[in-house]
Design a protein around this ligand. Structure first.
Ligand code: ZN
Length: 324
């Protein structure tokens, strides 16, 4: 079936099934094998999730060699209590959404209360985790690869624009790829760095080894190879050598990225100064104009009034002055 026809049919299915099971606070929307559960206040958000599952979720599944959406349930948590209950794990505060591949569950924060979340980026991110787990049939993959693919396929601009990597290069505080396995124990700033490194590592892999590298690697892991063996077979270089090459590349490519922000700040400052100077000059010119107008007005009255009158003189004074 052509992709356009398939997408259209899936959207029809999604639109047709927005019914709430009796006695449940959850309403349900289905897109192929994915069930979206939401409360009434998130009806519009559920439709957005349904649309992006078909428009973006299917292409991601193609990239990973699956060509279909996974069997999964997507919850849009109406509040923090529901989010914590559904994710049923001790998560760091900075967590925006959760995927639990073993339970085929994705938990998203409703944008009505999850200020740190973005519904579409988070959906595609967590969906990629579920798809990757399905592609390897649950065999473990390194965290950096898992998170890197999730950020790469969700096209999450929050990390594409991050300067965490550049700052870490400057302070020599990069996190080793294997260390990223513990990302859930990192504080927010270190986690941001770990996520950006993961994304950049995956982008580098795709540039260096071609677009099919991720799918091939997942297939090799699924076949039972330990990760370093799978990496060498698919990419043709030892994993440790790749990591060294990657860090060397970052040092050349990203070291000065933070200066871009600095240049923006300088430009911003220059524009602000120019605006202030313009306003000051305009105010001074207005004052000058007002003074000229007042002076002109005064000059006009003078011509009507004539010269000032001499002081009053008594007849005695006049007499005296005649003899002075
Ligand atoms: Zn993730």
């Amino acid at each position: 079936m052509r992709r356009g026809t398939l997408v259209f049919l899936l959207l029809l299915v999604a639109e047709a099934s927005g019914k709430s099971p009796p006695g449940s606070p959850w309403q349900v929307l289905r897109v192929d094998s994915v069930e979206i559960r939401f409360t009434a206040a998130d009806a519009a958000n559920a439709k957005l999730v349904a649309r992006h599952l078909t428009l973006d979720g299917l292409p991601i599944s193609d990239e990973l060699g699956l060509h279909r959406l996974p069997r999964a349930t997507v919850f849009i948590a109406p509040d923090k209590i529901a989010f914590d209950t559904l994710s049923s794990a001790e998560l760091p505060r900075w967590t925006a959404a959760v995927a639990i591949p073993a339970r085929r569950r994705i938990v998203l924060k409703s944008p009505r209360w999850g200020r740190d979340s973005d519904l579409v980026w988070d959906l595609l991110h967590e969906l990629t985790h579920i798809l990757a787990a399905e592609a390897t049939q649950g065999r473990p993959i390194p965290r950096w690869l898992d998170e890197g693919m999730a950020l790469y396929f969700s096209r999450d601009l929050r990390y594409l624009k991050s300067r965490a990597l550049s700052r870490a290069l400057l302070t020599r505080s990069l996190v080793g790829l294997d260390e990223i396995d513990d990302v859930l124990r990192f504080h927010h700033a270190k986690a941001e760095l770990a996520y950006q490194e993961s994304l950049e590592a995956v982008r580098y892999m795709v540039d260096r080894f071609g677009s099919g590298v991720l799918q091939d690697l997942l297939m090799e892991i699924r076949a039972g190879s330990p990760f370093p063996t799978a990496f060498r077979r698919v990419c043709g270089v030892p994993y440790r050598l790749f990591e060294a090459e990657l860090f060397h590349y970052w040092a050349r490519r990203h070291r000065w990225d933070f200066l871009i922000d600095f240049v923006y700040v300088l430009w911003g400052g220059a524009v602000a100064l120019a605006a202030i100077a313009y306003l000051l000059i305009r105010r001074r010119n207005r004052r000058l104009l007002r003074r000229w107008e007042e002076e002109e007005q005064m000059g006009g009255l003078d011509s009507w009034i004539g010269p000032p009158a001499p002081p009053d003189q008594s007849p005695d004074d006049a007499e005296r002055s005649a003899y002075d």
